[in-house]
Design a binder for this molecule. Sequence first.
Ligand code: FAD
Length: 540
Amino acid sequence: MADAVVIGAGPNGLVAANLLADAGWSVEVLEAQDEPGGGVRSARDVHPAFVHDLFSSFYPLAAASPVIRGLGLHREGLRWSHAPAVVAHPLLDGRCAVLHRRAIDTAAVLDADTAGDGAAWLRLCTAWERLGDDLVAALFTPFPPVRPGLRLAARLRAGGGLRMARTLVLPVRRLGEEEFRGELGSLLLAGNALHADLAPEAAGSGGFGWLMAMLGQTYGFPVPVGGAGSLTAALVSRLRRHGGTLRCGARVTSVVVRSGRAVGVRTADGDAVPARRAVLADVSVPALYGELVSRDDLPTRVLEDVRRFQWDFATFKVDWALEGAVPWSAPAAAQAGTVHLAEGVDALTRFAAQIAMGQVPERPFLLFGQMTTADGSRSPAGTQSAWAYTHLPHRVRGDAGGAGITGSWDRTDQELMADRVEAQVERYAPGFRSLVAARRVLAPPHLEAQDANLHGGAINGGTAAMHQQLVFRPLPGTGRPETPIAGLFLASAGAHPGGGVHGAPGANAAQAALRSRSPSRLLSGAQRALSRRGRLGRRD
Ligand SMILES: Cc1cc2nc3c(=O)[nH]c(=O)nc-3n(C[C@H](O)[C@H](O)[C@H](O)COP(=O)(O)OP(=O)(O)OC[C@H]3O[C@@H](n4cnc5c(N)ncnc54)[C@H](O)[C@@H]3O)c2cc1C
């Protein structure tokens, strides 16, 4: 019998399993899909000569995360690669905002467009230099982040206190208006805010856009050499070296609870897998509460809170194998790994408003990835392994683009939406379509079929809006991985600090499990019984 069972081999599940194994626990990871990785996978399945990441691609959060860095994944063969520039945001008139890895270079781009905006950018960078380390530490440690939180509070006080705190909670539109005279600085912040489901008018979107931009400038937007799957392979190889086991094709259908304590899990094919000390769930919040854990084992208040749980936006992704480089009208865009496509902050507002109203956006805001620019091993020289994703409402009530996309995501919907995405790229890169050698469309149901946590195409384990952050994440409470069931811990992006590949929810859950009290002898008896019974066809 393993000390811990981890449900799900996404990055958070694998980080949790690694940390438990480091502490000497025996760990068994059960993964529903035929391969590990969750949101972090890659393959040559769009075109044999091209590596495509299935979902996530750029890992500034992993690079910044003390959790991931602490695992020493370079010892498992993981290598990182960078594009010459981090992010570009071209406009139709040929201007282009570019985030570089040196603040002075980013500032020069903004200053060349509007004198004075370079200095404004450097002021935002000064605030980051003062607060960045403590902010990252506070973000990636269990909530409440007592020590880094105190250091952060002290630095905030020293550096303008309430005024800086105000800056961080500003909507990104307002932050841009306050800091810049031109458009490009605002665009860099607003495009980065929309990596989460934060509209330009949302409180806190300014702080989030600033954080992502500063992380990008400090750590770059690195990619694993050879594909996102190299990161997962490194996590799995480390886990196995430390004695952990991973079983794929094993979907967990329930957490077995005895006298208020999790004692194991049951899989779809009837296996009962006992856990001596803890069960860690790298699954979504609604899947854990009410599906895997029976409603009968949960307090009414938790069930009420789950009813109010909010997903982040749905997602639509297209992957392309391109025969040549993307013919951007703004040449600077060719240097960046990530390119944001939207014609200004107003266009971002329109996009987010249409999603809020249940409309398929007329002009999708695209995050566009140039993977061969970031890592030459992804496709033959002169070609480009590319993708773009955009967001959608979960429940489609209409199509703002007038093409009649219904939200059923049948073949017709998929083709119409993929064409709309391509038309948006074509506006910034005329001739793009003629380069497409192969394409793959991933509509919301495809995302969920490949990873149950991506419910309806949500990519961040729940909204990043303020009402579901910190003490409100995942549900109003303490912001911690503990659940109402003893020995059961939430280890996924649904938990604080949320989506992205940084491993913090997994690490927080592992630490909480390691600190938790061992079960009583009586409960160990229940676990042994579960172990003896092995394969069970019935739920008891
Ligand atoms: C299209 C897309 C693009 C993204 N881009 C980026 C990016 O560039 N950078 C970034 O940092 N983040 C990005 N993200 C977000 C990032 O991938 C996720 O936040 C991250 O993968 C969350 O990790 P996780 O371990 O919590 O969950 P997941 O990665 O979703 O893994 C959960 C795992 O649990 C398994 N599972 C679920 N239920 C069960 C069950 N009942 N039994 C057994 N196994 C189960 C799933 O199959 C899956 O393998 C992107 C996501 C998507 C979808």
